[in-house]
Design a protein around this ligand. Sequence first.
Ligand code: NAP
Length: 288
Amino acid sequence: MKIDGHTRVAGIFGDPIGHTLSPAMHNAAFKAIGLNAVYIPFHIKADSKGALKAAVEAVRAMNMLGVNVTIPHKERVFKFLDEADEHAIDIGAVNTIVNRDGRLFGYNTDGAGYLLSLRKDTGFRPTGKRVVIIGAGGAARSILYSILGLKPASVVLANRTVKRADSLAKEFAPKFSAAVETAALEKAVMEKVLSSADLVVNTTSIGMMGKGELGLPIGALPSKAVVSDIVYRPLKTGLIKDAEKRGLKIHTGLGMLVRQGAIGFELWTGKKAPVSVMEKAALKVLRQ
Ligand code: NAP
C-alpha cells in the first residue's frame, strides 16, 4: 500500500473495535480498483465524553471519504450529522457516514445489504412471502424495515423479550400499512409459526462465537423454506448446520456484512465495489 499526499482516508468508529472485518474488506477493495485510499479502525470509547462528536467532526476537518459507525454509536451519531437518509431516520441508526464537500450524510446500509445478499445467495425475494424474524434488537430493526418495504404476505417477529418485539412491531407496521405479528421464542409457539414460513432469519446474537443455541424447531418448516442467520462468526452457526442437514436452503451472515460494506464503499467512492474481493478478504480474516 502506498500512502502519499493524495491518499484519502475512510474508517470505522466503534467500541469495541478490535474484532472488525471492515478494514480487511475495504483496504482490499481500494487496492483492487486502484484507489489511493486507506481504511482505518478507530476506537471511539463510549465512556469518553465528547469523543464521538469530536470524531465525527474530524471526518469533516480531515477531509475523510467517510466512516462506518458500529456499536454503540449508531443511534447517538445522528445529532452530529448535517443530513440523514430517510431510511436511516426511520430505522433510527446510521452505519455509514459520507463526507460530501464538508457536509456529512448518514445512511443505514444494513437492511439493503441483507436483502441484496439474500437475493444473490438464495434467489429469495420477500414480496408476497411469509417471513419470520427472530430478534428485536438493532439488526432486527434494519431487516424488518427493509423487508416490510417489499410487501411480504406476513411477518412474525419472535423475541425472548416479547415486549420489545411488540414495541418494534407497533412502531413499524403503520409506516408500511402492514400487520406485524409478534411471538414468544417458545418451542410450541415457534412450531406453529414456522410451519407456514417461507423465510426464517435469526437476527439475535445467539450462535455468535459458537455460544448459545436458538433451539428453533426447524423440523416444522416447509421443505422449500430458506433459513438465514446474520451471525457470521462462525461462518456456519448451529442453526445453519441444522438447516443444511435438513436439506433446506441456507443463507449465512457473511453476505450481509460484505454487501452492507459494498453499498457504503460505492457511496464513498462513486465506483462499483469489487464484492468478491471484499468477501475473500473477510473470509481470510475469519479463517485465521
Ligand atoms: P442487539 O441490538 O443487542 O439485539 C440482540 C438480540 O438478541 C435481541 O433480540 C435479544 O433479545 C437477543 N438475544 C441476546 N441474547 C439472547 C439469549 N441468550 N436468548 C435469546 N435472545 C437473546 O444486537 P444487534 O445489533 O441486533 O446484533 C445481533 C447480532 O447480529 C450480533 O451477533 C451481530 O454481530 C449480528 N450482526 C450481523 C451483521 C452482519 O452484517 N452479518 C450486521 C449486524 C449485526 P432480548 O430483546 O430479549 O434481549
